[in-house]
Write a protein that binds this ligand. Structure first.
Ligand SMILES: [Zn+2]
Length: 95
């Protein structure tokens, strides 16, 4: 989860790391899922750049983190978002 907590009263939701026409494919790809409370989903994730969402995924769900799969799902090249960019993002976000 973005906040790292499962506190009430916010129910848990699943966010897809994809927008618009790519969301349909993301629904079936665990690498594109971020488990989040509804507050973080609404306040943070929906407006967060994709590279930052990948950084959150890498930190919170390393088992299912797959940057290349997400790039492909979005019909981009394998290195459209690089590992270096994700790692820099983690540092910038202070995570
Ligand atoms: Zn949260």
């Amino acid at each position: 989860m973005v906040c790292g907590a499962s506190y009430l009263p916010w129910p848990l939701e699943t966010h897809e790391i994809a927008r618009g026409p790519f969301r349909e494919a993301a629904i079936r790809e665990p690498a594109a899922w971020i488990r989040t409370c509804s507050k973080c989903h609404m306040d943070t994730l929906d407006s967060m750049p994709i590279v930052e969402q990948l950084a959150i995924k890498k930190l919170r769900d390393p088992e299912h983190y797959d940057r290349v799969k997400v790039n492909r799902l979005r019909k981009r090249s394998d290195e459209a978002i690089t590992e270096l960019e994700v790692d820099e993002c983690l540092r910038t976000l202070g995570l």
